[in-house]
Design a protein around this ligand. Structure first.
Ligand code: GUN
Length: 290
């Protein structure tokens, strides 16, 4: 079997065309969706991700408010910036790029972002909404994975889904989103013994561990769908996922490449959440959108 390659770039491009139309409809009512992106410190990977987010905003007509703050910023100063952005009517979404320097209390930062501007979906209220099925904003990476599965017409209900990686950003929300769609979900993590005995059962295997080549063909069931969320920079400077793409694509029925799979969808879902936030506010304020 040779796996179908799931093309995240092409779905992302198609979705972004639709976004440009939604932004144009808002602009007809003098509303420009705005996204504030806060980058703290000089982590090169975070700088690349933030740069991509800002560029993607501009391409669909979202106004970005980027703030590059020093590594040494105090917790109080950062909270103050967020409080200002909460009150700014031009800002519909606030994203604080993670990870944060050690002097910053991440939980406090995420809880300070106004729920209705929490386009990353990391505020406790939105996390709780995922648990109960009353989500306001879904976290962007798992949201992008769901969109890819839906677009490829991959059934979720009743399927065995195994997720490798239990982070708050990907693994845990991913599990909740697929449970809400009636999948049977298992989560594995760094302390899981004999990972292969779980992964081999997966109809859909989602890997977000940050370990290059963690998943080799012997760990994958014939015909499984394999979603690789990993983004690892190798010693030679190239980017690789967590899955041995060459080997596993001979066994899987469908697989996402890295780059070009989940990555473009993460940014796309951030745009979706930001536009949705602006639309909700506009409708709440009585505008009738086309
Ligand atoms: N760092 C890695 N992924 C993410 C993400 O989705 N959002 C934020 N804010 N920071 C991240």
């Amino acid at each position: 079997m040779t796996a179908k390659i799931i093309d995240g770039r092409s779905l992302a491009a198609a979705m972004r065309k639709g976004f440009a139309e939604r932004v144009a409809a808002l602009k007809e009512h003098s509303v420009t969706p705005g996204l504030a992106v806060l980058l703290i410190g000089d982590d090169p990977a975070s700088a690349v991700y933030v740069g991509r987010k800002v560029k993607a905003c501009e391409a669909v007509g979202i106004k970005s408010f980027a703030q590059h703050l020093p590594e040494s910023i105090s917790n109080a100063e950062l909270l103050g910036r967020i409080v200002e952005l909460n009150a700014n009517p031009e800002v519909h979404g606030i994203l604080v790029q993670l990870p944060l320097p050690p002097q910053i209390d991440m939980a406090q930062v995420l809880e300070t972002i106004a729920v209705e501007k929490d386009v990353d979906g990391f505020h406790l209220y939105n996390v709780g909404g995922l648990v109960t099925g009353n989500t306001v904003f879904s976290p962007c990476t798992p949201f992008g994975v769901v969109k890819l599965l839906e677009h490829e017409n991959i059934p979720i209900e009743g399927q065995n889904v195994v997720i490798v990686g239990a982070s708050n950003i990907v693994g845990k929300p991913m599990a909740l989103m697929l449970m809400a769609r009636d999948a049977t979900v298992s989560i594995c993590h760094a302390k899981t013994r004999d990972l292969a005995q779980f992964t081999i059962l997966a109809d859909i295997l989602i890997v977000a561990a940050g370990v290059p080549n963690l998943i080799v063909p012997q760990m994958v069931k014939h015909g499984a769908v394999v979603i690789d969320v990993g983004i690892n920079r190798l010693a030679d400077g190239s980017i690789a996922g967590d899955v041995d793409f060459e080997g596993v694509s001979k066994k899987a029925s469908a697989i996402t490449p890295v780059p070009g799979g989940v990555g473009p969808m993460t940014v796309t879902m951030l745009l979706e959440n930001t536009i949705k936030s602006a639309e909700h506010k506009a409708i709440f304020e009585g505008l009738e959108l086309a």
